[in-house]
Design a protein around this ligand. Sequence first.
Ligand code: GLU
Length: 281
Amino acid sequence: MTFRTRFAPSPTGPLHLGHAYSALLAHDMALKAGGSFVLRIEDIDQSRARPEWEAQIFDDLAWLGLSWAEPVMRQSDRAPVYRKALDTLWQRGLLYPCLCNRRDIMEAASAPQEGVTPPMGPDGIIYPGTCRGRDRSGPLPDGAALRLDMARAARGIDAVFTETGTNARTVRVDAETLISQVGDVVLARRDMGTSYHLSVVLDDAAQDITHVVRGEDLFEATQIHVVLQRLLGLPTPIYHHHPLIRDEAGKRLAKRDDARAIATYRAAGDSPADIRARVGL
Ligand code: GLU
């Protein structure tokens, strides 16, 4: 198996030290394995994606010394692929339309014990199932949020994925955990026609990714990706979830944290080697 990995930034803000670490680590791993490194622009959220950020991402990555194969995959070009996968899942009765807003979910999830924080999954509050009984017949609805019926989707699943790196192990993915700790995640957001989970799974497969290198904040989401891979007949790559780069107070870096933007360090005279040193590479 030829090693092939990717860096998949969202052009919704400047790249910061955490992104640089992720990209450099993935690139170094590919180089060491004699494999390849590709890019993917995760711009499904068109309300937040900006061409200026995308241009800055390419510029920062090239400045860091990274190179990648062209053309770069852009999620906003792939709506038909996402729609086709949703249609497949819809035809199998695994999706249902959801009309709830955040507040509805919060209220329904905390209804049994008012004031108690409802259980959280990788995507926030575990969906209480309000819309689960909605009509699933007819063609795939347009412009509706669609949720995965996890009890059906995960039925009988007993899968594993391989985690490499400092925390190397085999991780089990089972129906019981998916139902109780993940729940009915949104696979198509009303305003996007897709979701992070659905797109990332389809795109990693389309880009023939063998190793996914990304932050450990996405570790819990991986079990969702494995279920989707099973449902859609796609391979499960090997995962390497790396520790997050944190600020002095131990807080993870955010997009709006301009002080740690690569561009800020560049403007202050840092070299690419300085950035490597800052992230411990
Ligand atoms: N687009 C995601 C981000 O900006 C990365 C997703 C992934 O690597 O799976 O954090």
